[in-house]
Design a protein around this ligand. Structure first.
Ligand SMILES: Nc1ncnc2c1ncn2[C@@H]1O[C@H](COP(=O)(O)OP(=O)(O)OP(=O)(O)O)[C@@H](O)[C@H]1O
Length: 263
């Protein structure tokens, strides 16, 4: 019998399900080859369902680039990325869009709600864009999330008629609704006051614990990062540390150390 090298991500011989996202030796270089900017250098990392990962690092360390390449919104210049087992680098644009819609949810600092659509229409927009009808199971799941996040009497409001915290909760329901493999959250609490930010972080933690949702969150805020199960530290386009169980003060000290190392 011939044994072929497995072309996909490494097979795990554990009970844990396959990672939602696998990056192997990923690089992203911008600009003139004579004077390149290395936004990501040889990054290898797995992101799991049922896990809340925070991505931190000094300004310019590659955090946004990392999110963008995972989302398929930016091309990589080296390595390979698998999203729920699909190697996204080899897919054409249409196939990549479909994989992204199926497996990735987004939560942004600026909420990214469509101002002319109600909360309910914003939540169901991804299903409309996918062209399929919303199944009774999906409707029940959305209704459950709307109830848990306290939005039941806000569904017919426009974003401008909602507080910042309510708008972000609409964005969270929208991201959770399709049960993506991973939610990419870019500074999701950046525009919120401290109390509302804590509520949003607690909701994200609940989504991971109770719904098995995978979340990767870019943040500059040590308090926000302390809600995560693990923290990846980026510096100069590389992953330079992975930490668990740190409190906000310990996280701040690591960040300050990374900033000082650059000076
Ligand atoms: N489109 C681009 N063209 C050229 N260089 C880019 C581009 N996008 C990012 N870069 C560079 O790549 C590096 C990483 O940028 P990136 O935005 O990923 O960092 P970041 O960690 O998200 O920073 P911040 O915390 O300030 O948002 C930086 O040096 C940046 O200037």
């Amino acid at each position: 019998m011939m044994i072929h090298a497995h072309p996909g991500p490494p097979i795990r011989h554990t009970q844990r399900p396959a990672p939602a996202v696998v990056l192997r030796n990923v690089s992203r270089t911008y600009g003139d080859p004579a004077n390149p900017v290395h936004a990501l250098r040889d990054v290898s990392v797995d992101l799991h369902r049922q896990e809340f990962t925070a991505i931190m690092g000094p300004s310019g360390s590659g955090k946004s680039t990392l999110m963008n390449v995972i989302a398929g919104l930016d091309e990589i210049t080296g390595g390979q990325i698998w999203l729920a087992g699909d190697p996204i680098g080899t897919l054409d644009d249409t196939a990549r869009t479909l994989v992204r819609r199926k497996h990735i949810g987004f939560i942004f600092q600026s909420f990214n709600l469509i101002p002319t659509l109600t909360a309910e229409e914003n939540i169901t927009l991804p299903f409309v864009l996918s062209g399929g009808p919303i199944t009774p199971e999906q409707r029940a799941w959305i209704a459950h999330l709307v109830g848990v996040l306290g939005l039941r009497d806000r569904l017919d409001h426009l974003p401008a008629e909602l507080s910042g915290g309510q708008q972000q909760r609409v964005a969270i329901v929208r991201a959770l609704a399709s049960r993506p493999s991973i939610i990419l959250a870019d500074e999701p609490t950046g525009a919120l006051d401290t109390r509302t930010a804590r509520e949003v972080l607690a909701l994200l933690t609940t989504a991971v614990r109770e719904y098995g949702q995978g979340i990767a969150m870019v943040t500059h805020d040590p308090l926000a990062a302390s809600y995560a199960d693990r923290i990846l530290m980026l510096a100069d386009g590389r992953i330079v540390g992975e930490h668990r169980g740190l409190d906000p003060r310990q996280i701040s000290e690591i960040i300050i150390g990374l900033q000082e190392a650059r000076q």
